[in-house]
Structure formats: C-alpha cells, structure tokens
Design a protein around this ligand. Sequence first.
Ligand code: G
Ligand code: G
Ligand code: MN
Ligand code: NA
Length: 254
Amino acid sequence: LTLERSLKDALRDGHFELFYQPQVRLKDYRLVGAEALIRWRHPELGVIAPDKFIPVAEETGLIVPMGRWVLETACRQMRTWTDQGLMPLRIGVNISGRQFRDADLAETVAAAIAESGIDARRLDLELTESMLMADGEGTLKLLRELAALGVTLSIDDFGTGYSSLAYLKRFPVNTVKIDRAFVRDLDHDEDGRAIANAIISLAHSLSMKTIAEGVETKAQAALLARHGCDEIQGYMIGRPLPVADFSVFARNYQ
Ligand code: G
Ligand code: G
Ligand code: MN
Ligand code: NA
C-alpha cells in the first residue's frame, strides 16, 4: 500500500523518467531506433529499475496512467529530437498486459501521436506473447486498430512465452525481438545457434523483421549477422541512457 501511494505521488510529481537504449541495423551499424525504458528517480533512493515497481503498478492499475505518461513522453521526445535535427529514429515503447486490456489504449496512442505531431510509423509498440495469446478475437481487433493508426508492433522477449508460433501469422506484427536468453546461448553451443537461426528464419518467412536483445559481444553480433538478423540492441552498442546522454551518444555515433 505504501509503495502504491509512493508511485502515485511520483507520477504526479514528475519523478519518472525515460531512458533510451540504442538499436542499430546489423548490415551497416546505422543507428535506427531506441527502446524507451522507464526509471523512477527517487529523491532519496536514487534511480529505481522498473522490475521493482512495474509489477505493483500492474496489480493496482496505476500502470494505465503511467503507461499513458510513457507514451506521451516518448512521442514528445521523438518530436524534440526531430526538431533538433537528430536523425529520424524509431522509438519502442513497452506495453504491459493491463494496459493492453484497457479499453482506451488505441485512443491513448492516437492522442499521443496527434499531440506530438510525430510520424506514427516511427512509434513501435512492444507487446508480449502472453498478451497476444490471451483472447483470439478481441486481441486481433485491437491489433488491427493499433496497426491502422500507422504504428508498428513488436513481440518482446520472443521465445520465452507460450511459444505457439501459429498466432504469429494471424496478427499484424512487424518485428520479433529475440530474447536475450537466446543471444546468451549463441556463445555456448550449436543448439543455441540453431535456435536463434530458427527464430530468424521463421520471422523472415512470415515477412517479419528481427531484433536481437542483450547483445554484449562482437562474436554474438557476428553470429547474428551471419544468420541474417536485422537489428541488435545491447550493451555492445550502448546501455539505456538518460535523454541528455542519449542525445550526445546519437550525435557522436559513427
Ligand atoms: O530497463 P530494464 O532493462 O531494467 O527493464 C526491465 C523490464 O521492465 C523491461 O524488460 C520492460 O519489459 C519493463 N519496462 C521498462 N520500461 C517499461 C515501461 O515503460 N512500461 C512497461 N510496461 N514496462 C517497462
Ligand atoms: O523490454 P525488456 O524487458 O527486454 O528490457 C530490456 C532490459 O534488458 C532492460 O532492463 C535493460 O537494462 C536490459 N539490457 C539491455 N541490454 C542488455 C545487455 O546487453 N545485457 C543484459 N544482461 N541486459 C541488457
Ligand atoms: Mn522491451
Ligand atoms: Na525484452
């Protein structure tokens, strides 16, 4: 209950902040996007990671107004970077289960796009497998509604959920984000490489793009490039950074 109260106050008082983690295209290492990742800048405790408060925000429903703030802030940031002449970047925003089930999600996304005046095609919504698996018809309808706004859709942490591949082709999803567990396994053995290769091939055969998460080494990037993976994200390229640091990173990148 105290954490719930503190989260409400933090949202009201502007103590949340978005960090941005760079995403690059493997064929030429161009910076193409960034994932927005929420942080709580606590006046006494310092920066608090999302795994410490997102679950409580989910349980209490606070994730809905918090998620609206994330969408609005990410869209405004994209607009600011565009106005500053920074290269056009796509921004990925994580959507939680409760947010996805909220009746106003499409309206919230549309409002954030309209208010900021950004190109909707540069906003990517990261969904998870479990959200897509939940309820066939309602899910499909919502995904179509979101896609109709012009945004792109990704499946986050791919391979960690229900792992039913049948639904992939039913839904208007553009990108598969390969979970970092599979990227870690690339180094270990032939099986790890076979799994990553299979995910990339599957995605491509369904006309979807792939982004590998948690890429930490050049060896991992080289293996992913050999398997035809489209983009990478991870400490090898850059950690999630506060806005000012990300701006510097982006200007100095390559
Ligand atoms: O930034 P970090 O790697 O610690 O994020 C951990 C997890 O928290 C991410 O995998 C992501 O799923 C979740 N997360 C981060 N930012 C947001 C956000 O703005 N909204 C939601 N719903 N989840 C987020
Ligand atoms: O949306 P998702 O839950 O995948 O959020 C990504 C999380 O993974 C963030 O919390 C981020 O800090 C973390 N992360 C990003 N890059 C790397 C990496 O290269 N290695 C590891 N171990 N974690 C990473
Ligand atoms: Mn994500
Ligand atoms: Na992820």
